[in-house]
Design a protein around this ligand. Structure first.
Ligand code: ZN
Length: 74
C-alpha cells in the first residue's frame, strides 16, 4: 500500500490516485480538499491578472502553496 501525506494539511492518503484523489504541483503533494482551497484562493488573482502569463501563474501557485504549507506547520 502506498501512503502519501498532504503537504498542506498533513492528512495521510492511502493508495492515492494522481489527479483524482491526490494532486502534485511545484513539488507539493496535496489532497483534493487542499487543491480546491488553493485554486479558490488563487482564482481571484488569476481573474484580475491582465494579460495572463503562465510564468506568473506558476509563481503565484508556488507562493500560495508555500504559504499554505508553512501555515499548517506552525
Ligand atoms: Zn490536504
Amino acid at each position: 500500500m502506498i501512503t502519501i501525506t498532504c503537504d498542506i494539511c498533513k492528512k495521510k492518503m492511502d493508495n492515492p490516485i494522481t489527479d483524482k484523489t491526490f494532486f502534485y504541483y511545484a513539488n507539493f503533494s496535496m489532497c483534493e480538499d487542499c487543491k480546491d482551497k488553493i485554486e479558490y484562493s488563487v482564482k481571484p488573482q488569476v481573474r484580475a491578472k491582465e494579460p495572463f502569463a503562465m510564468d506568473w501563474y506558476q509563481k503565484t501557485m508556488r507562493d500560495t502553496l508555500g504559504r499554505a504549507a508553512q501555515r499548517s506547520r506552525a
